[in-house]
Design a protein around this ligand. Structure first.
Ligand code: AMP
Length: 249
């Protein structure tokens, strides 16, 4: 079985993101970038399935500028076998990414695609669902447990107030939730090994995919600043303040 894992290069989750002064988007100059945390979980799951003998090959794919090669190398250091970069400097929206992943998935004749449930930069939570619709594949989103048996994949999903168990026929699309696994740390020897693993570079044009944006971003702004808090001397003062100033909704 071959697994394709989609990985996005995003602003590191420790960075406090600021909007550009002209409101055209987030400030990305000199900002630390990393592998999207949900995609790290996706790579970990695919590598575990391979280690358990349920998968023969793990192929990671990223769409974006050439700097995404660094992100792909991290996924290779975690244990993926090979990487594909669909290189473009153009802005990519979820529909375009879903079309690109579909093209690669079909070219690879893969059995399973694992994506993150969302990219932490745009918080779209759309790409996996769009991919499943475009490729006419069954989908299980927000997976917290995955098991594979022959032509079938069983997925436990976290839903409001409980868990839902689904059984899907392969090929299928799965998106990862936070509790699916705890990704491994990449070790120095594996980083060195990853440098020698194959990384193929394609373009949207060679895949015959039109990535023209369908949405226009009007403005990106920082959230309103929170007013500073006050320190009270004791509990009595706190109770007084709550009594006199708190509002009943
Ligand atoms: P989103 O729909 O943008 O929240 O992204 C959901 C998931 O789609 C991510 O966690 C990734 O697995 C995948 N994805 C989104 N954008 C890209 C990209 N440019 N390259 C590769 N995978 C992506």
């Amino acid at each position: 079985m071959k697994i394709v894992v989609a990985v996005k290069r995003v602003v590191d989750y420790n960075v406090k993101v600021r909007a550009k002064s002209d409101g055209s988007g987030p400030e990305l100059a000199n900002v630390k970038m990393s592998l999207n945390p949900f995609d790290e979980i996706a790579v970990e799951e695919a590598v575990r399935l391979k280690e358990a003998g349920d998968a023969a090959e793990v192929v990671v794919i990223s769409c974006g500028p050439s700097s995404c090669q660094e992100t792909l190398r991290t996924a290779l250091a975690m244990g993926a076998d090979r990487a594909i970069l669909v290189e473009t400097e153009k802005e990519l929206q979820p529909l375009a990414v879903a079309k690109l992943i579909k093209a690669v998935f079909e070219r690879e004749a893969a059995d399973l695609v694992i994506l993150g449930k969302q990219a932490i930069d745009d918080d779209c939570n759309q790409t996996g669902q769009m991919l499943a619709a475009l490729a006419e594949l069954p989908q299980a989103t927000f997976a917290s447990k995955v098991t594979i048996s022959r032509e079938q994949i069983d997925v436990t999903r976290e839903i409001d107030g409980g868990l839902e168990m689904l059984s899907l026929r392969l090929p299928a699309v799965v998106t990862t939730d936070l509790r699916l696994n705890e990704p491994r740390y990449v070790t120095l020897p594996n980083i060195m090994k990853a440098k020698k693993k194959p990384l193929e570079v394609l373009t949207p044009e060679t895949l015959g995919v039109d990535v023209a944006p369908r949405l226009k971003t009007l403005r990106v702004i920082d959230p309103p600043k929170r007013a500073a808090g006050v320190k009270l001397p004791d509990v009595k003062a706190l109770l007084e303040k709550l009594k006199s100033e708190s509002k009943v909704i």
